[in-house]
Design a protein around this ligand. Sequence first.
Ligand SMILES: Nc1ncnc2c1ncn2[C@@H]1O[C@H](COP(=O)(O)OP(=O)(O)OP(=O)(O)O)[C@@H](O)[C@H]1O
Length: 467
Amino acid sequence: MCLADVPPDPERPVSDSPAAPLGRILAIDDDRDLLENFSFCLESSGFRVHTASTLQDGMKLAASQPFHVCLLDRSIGAESGMDALPRLRELAPQMRVIMVTAHSRVDDAVRAIAEGAADYLVKPCSPEQLRVAVARQMDTQRMLEKLERLEREGPRERAAPTSRNPAMARLLTLAEQVARTDANILLLGESGTGKGVLANALHEWSPRAAAPMATINCPSLPAELLESELFGHAKGSFTGATQSTQGRVSNADGGTLFLDEVGDFPLALQPKLLRFIQDKEYERIGDPVTRRADVRIVSATNRDLDAMVRDNSFRLDLLYRLNVISLVLPPLRERLEDLEDLAMTFIARYARSYHLPAARLAPSALARMRAYAWPGNVRELQNVMERAVILCPGEEIGADLLSLGSAPAGAGDPAAVLSPGAPVTLDELERRHIEAVLANAETLDAAARTLGIDSSTLYRKRKAYGL
Ligand SMILES: Nc1ncnc2c1ncn2[C@@H]1O[C@H](COP(=O)(O)OP(=O)(O)OP(=O)(O)O)[C@@H](O)[C@H]1O
């Protein structure tokens, strides 16, 4: 049976209904019956299909919404789909175009591929041929997105977190349960407790796992760049905008957007984020076209958002939208049952990456670790283990190799470490100075001002030093 013979189903649910479709498809063809049949066939396989019966409408849709795959008729009325291909590719470079034609001419196929089509489908085609062609492009599309994401974000913790601590284990069970819904989730907890790791796990556990996850570290970007990073910009919309960009919300369509350190999200930009969360609509900078993207928002912060609402630096309506479910990660000192497993994970990881033997932890080292408060939480443990692996001369990591808390070996008085000429590296001096300023400052902004650096630089340095 070919697609033209498939009867449209009057009981079929209206398109646009599934929350997280397998992929978004745009079909452009002047044959309305064929469009109906394409939609029926693909929507019953879990795709969301938008159709256009003129080239102009198709272009408008491609410019305003992200699609994974486009089925483009070779001739649409008097217009040529083939001639429109380069413009369509320019409008939506990430979209994979399958050229559909009634003529099985090899030279047409060659031209379509040369113009940037990803594949070629000859009408009449069977539902199976259509599904296979679309599924193949979806696979390629996902793989490219994944590669791009890995390149952009670098390596990150991928294993799902587990815990021997009853409170943390309960939290992970709850997280797995809410991951299956589309509710926005706010992760709270001290710095380094694993909010980023849990955000990744929430995405992986969700029905959106096949789609991308995009991460924005809110304080790492100046306010002006944050808007462009989130929503994209048009070419020429500001100095230096030599290319148009589609922004992370579009990259994450169908998936998850992780707003890390959301407490640092600029107040001036909060209404735009709120509107996007409520209506799923946004505009790129310098481009009036209203676009849509379907993302689930996970955000994280170690700041007291209620206090920020009280002093008017965070919007209450935005907090309500982000905080449909909140999960509070306990500090490491309250889940010491996990200390040994985490330490062994890090030892194995760094032994692998430095090509060193994976040493055991001496009982004395473990006892010392259990007696320590871990103010930097899992991140601090990770840094301590990395150093211990590098310095370990034998098969066992002793307590002497643990650089816990204050001064490095040989330097007793913290003030001495900070004084010019002390026998420490510049990095160590900087780390300790930032640590001391942070301990005395009321806010991160105040600390940044004291240090004479901007908050995004302070954010990067805190991450790098595990503070
Ligand atoms: N369960 C875990 N297993 C392995 N590594 C972990 C785990 N939890 C946290 N880590 C590691 O600890 C470090 C800190 O974790 P993460 O960045 O997720 O914390 P965070 O709470 O988001 O910190 P911040 O608030 O500073 O952004 C990361 O390098 C992460 O890989």
